[in-house]
Structures are given as C-alpha cells and as structure tokens.
Design a protein around this ligand. Structure first.
Ligand SMILES: [Zn+2]
Ligand SMILES: [Zn+2]
Length: 269
C-alpha cells in the first residue's frame, strides 16, 4: 500500500488537479458569481505560471515528498498516532482533521507575523478571485508551508494514505472555494456547514482589513466558528465588494515578476 502511494502520489495529485481545475473553469464559465474586472488572460497566464513554478520548486528543494515523510515517521514509530496505534481508517480521519487545523493556524500566523504577511500578501494582491487564485501563492510561502506540513505529519504520526488524501483534498477545496461560481444561497448555507464555500472564502479576499482578517479556513469551516474568525458575508455584498489590497491596485501586480517582488516591497497592504 505504502509503495503504491509513494509511486503514484504525484500522478494522483496531478490528475485530481486537472479534473477539479477543468470542472471549476467550466462551472465559472456557465454560472459565474461576479463580473470579473481585471484582464483575465493576464491573470490566468501569470497565476498558472506561478502554480507551475511552485510545483517545480517543491520538487527540487525537497528530497522527499510529504507521503514519503509519513512513511518514514511510521517506520520510526514517531508521532502521536503511531504511538497510540488507532485503527488505520479512524487514525487517518483524525490526521486529516488535525492537518486541516494546522493549516488554519498557519494561515492566521501568516496574517499576523509581519515577515510572513509579506509573503502571504501576494496571494491577496489578485484583483479578482477565481479558480486560478486558489494556487496563486509566493514560492517561498509554498516552501515554508511544506516544512510546516512535514513537521505536522511527523508530530501527528499521520498515515501515508491520509497525507495523500489531505493534499488532494486541500488542492481541490482551494480551487473550489476560490472559484467564481454561483452557488444558490440556500445550498451555500448547507454546504458551508461542512466545507468552506466560495462565498465564505471571498470575504477573506475583501479589501476591508477586518474582512481580510476573517474566514481563514480552507477545508473545514468549523475552525473559524470555533476560534472567533468567522464572518458570514462581506459588508458591501458579493457584487459590490472590492477584491485585493488597498495599496496594490495597479494591474502590474498581476504579472509574474511583480508577484515575485511583492514580499520585498515597502507597501504593507
Ligand atoms: Zn490570507
Ligand atoms: Zn484565498
């Protein structure tokens, strides 16, 4: 099982990325939520190029994948779940929830610590939000996230299958909750009981600081409710709200070299 996961993890992740990306892109095209304002070709081209660069950076910097780290931790008997020995299926579900909680706190940390915010604000400089925003992160943030994720995998003792499931899930939900798709408000209310919806995450991309500093969740919406960072809707409504950061309104920040430069600029937000 572990050998199969190790050999096929990259392919499984790539295939699921392609399926979810294409599905969301078609859904956005058929039933868009907002009229997008920024030039779409520029945004899509640069957002997809940085997504590709990020996957290359991870591949070249880390000698081992997250699944590989989980297998090594299991063999060495490291991590809470490997020590207490829960049944594999139950233990894996616990690990997925624990990894999601880790990502929630990591996201909050990246908003609070100034040097981390420099990296993360690049994600917030997109002037529109759609499926391509879901993978639009600075490469250094991606590498740091990988280190945090690997440390969490070892501490938790997450089974290899749950690590792959979590990576596929996070990738899929990130594309889903950034997408510009219309979800009936009644359906949104039901879905957001168990999953962060596009309307919920869009609040996080509002130019209003109090709204930017809310709805940090990517998968499970419970953490925001539990830790007091939940905000139901944007104050100006989804159509009238402004996406992005107040001082990053220039369309040049939609191009690759400016995206890479954002952490080094003096403009805070
Ligand atoms: Zn954020
Ligand atoms: Zn986002």
């Amino acid at each position: 099982m572990n050998i199969f996961l190790l050999d096929n993890a990259v392919l499984i992740r790539l295939e699921s990325f392609a399926v979810v990306f294409i599905s969301m892109a078609i859904w956005e095209w058929i039933a868009p939520r907002r009229i997008l304002k920024a030039p779409k070709i520029t945004r899509w081209f640069n957002n997809l190029v940085i997504t590709f660069l990020n996957s290359l950076a991870v591949k070249f910097v880390f000698p081992v994948t997250a699944v590989g780290v989980a297998i090594m931790a299991q063999k060495a008997g490291y991590g809470v779940l490997n020590i207490i020995g829960l049944p594999p299926l139950f233990g894996g579900c616990v690990a997925i929830i624990a990894l999601d909680l880790t990502i929630y706190f990591q996201h909050r940390l990246f908003h609070v610590v100034p040097v981390l915010w420099r990296l993360h604000r690049m994600h917030h400089t997109d002037l529109d939000i759609d499926v391509t925003t879901g993978a639009r992160f600075h490469p250094v943030e991606i590498l740091l996230s990988m280190v945090i994720k690997m440390a969490a995998i070892v501490l938790i003792g997450a089974p290899a299958w749950s690590v792959l499931a979590f990576e596929v899930l996070l990738n899929a939900t990130s594309m889903f909750n950034h997408s510009n798709i219309f979800l009936n408000p009644g359906i949104d209310r039901i879905v957001r009981l168990i999953l962060v919806t596009p309307d919920m995450h869009r609040v996080h991309h509002s130019v209003i600081i109090q709204e930017t500093n809310s709805n940090y969740g990517f998968n499970l919406p419970w953490w925001d409710r539990l830790f007091g960072s939940y905000r139901d809707q944007p104050s100006k409504g989804h159509d009238a709200m402004t996406i992005g950061l107040a001082n990053y309104r220039d369309p040049k920040y939609l191009t690759l070299h400016w995206m890479l430069a954002v952490p080094f600029l003096r403009i805070e937000r």
